[in-house]
Design a protein around this ligand. Sequence first.
Ligand SMILES: [Zn+2]
Length: 398
Amino acid sequence: MTRRLYRDDAYLLEFEAQVVARLEHEGRPAVILDRTAFYPEGGGQPWDTGAIGPARVIAVIDAEPGPLHVVDGDVPEGRVRCRVDATRREDHRQQHHGQHLLSRAFVEVARARTVAFHLGAEEVTIDLDRAVDDAAVTHAEDLANEVVARALPVATRSLSAAEAAAHGFKLPQDAGDDVRVVGAAGFDEQPCSGTHPRNTAEVGVIRVLGTERYKGGTRVRFACGRRALQRWRDQSRALAELARTLSAPELDTPAAAQRVQDRVRELERALADARGALLGHEARALASEAPATAEGRRVLCRRFDGREAAELRELALLVAAAGAVALLGGAHDGRAHLVFVQPRGSGLDVPALLKAALPHVGGRGGGRGDVAQGGGDAVSGLDAALAAASDAAGRAGA
Ligand SMILES: [Zn+2]
């Protein structure tokens, strides 16, 4: 069984150990040591990285009889020097202990219990078992940071399962009889096997980054220590850039952004109105140009390339409203589009006209009554399609 050195000293980074087993994990070499300061993934905390001799440790998986160190190279025989990555370990101490303090603070201010903890490379989250409002979040954040500022010593002690149960700790099924309890004096204490600092001050600061409703409770995103500082920097830079772009003081950027958005909506509406008016003019001009057939119908058969199918349809409807039969086609986005519309009571079978045209563009479509629409990929057949429709319209009633 491996001696787990990290349990007694979360600051031990260099140690010597002997390989007791050589295995393989997902195609990579892995070793079990007689003693290790490498924390294996567990309890929401990711594994440590570092080196065993010349080999880099890329993952540490909890297993029996001891953590499995997945390495990227050969580990020599005999005693080897091992080194845990200090920056990553410090980050994990800060995030994990910050989590303990924040979780405890949520119990204090909102009776909200933490049901899940995730310490990711990018994000750290806890899931609370109930909804909490913004005021409670601020209150919990303040309380947790007060405990950081009071620089309370963090102690670790071992309890038997019976003692732990007597203290009211909820333990996992496989907890065993040696329960490790971690806590800041007078604030919180909980069973945990993670790596924690000696003093709450090491957490630095605890910043809640955001909350969202999650599975009937609340997911709280946060960052502690150096991570929080880095996040602050990133956010400050983003905010400064936003303020420059909006030409507004930093704290006025939400209102300035709202004004920009309101203005965009206003302009979009004005643009839509102007476009509609322009299209109306165009349609009336087109209708007046449409030649009259022997039956007295005016039929406009024309191709408009580069216009979206929706705009083509709008134009055809307006032409029909202005009194002419519209047989319009156009190429857009590499496809051929056809829209046929007649004024009510013009007496043509518009879906039949479309049916005559569609084979030329290899297309599909349909319609009912006075309106029919379709399209196909064979853009080169567009002129033939319009000619076929125009012929069919000319024959109708002839
Ligand atoms: Zn913990």
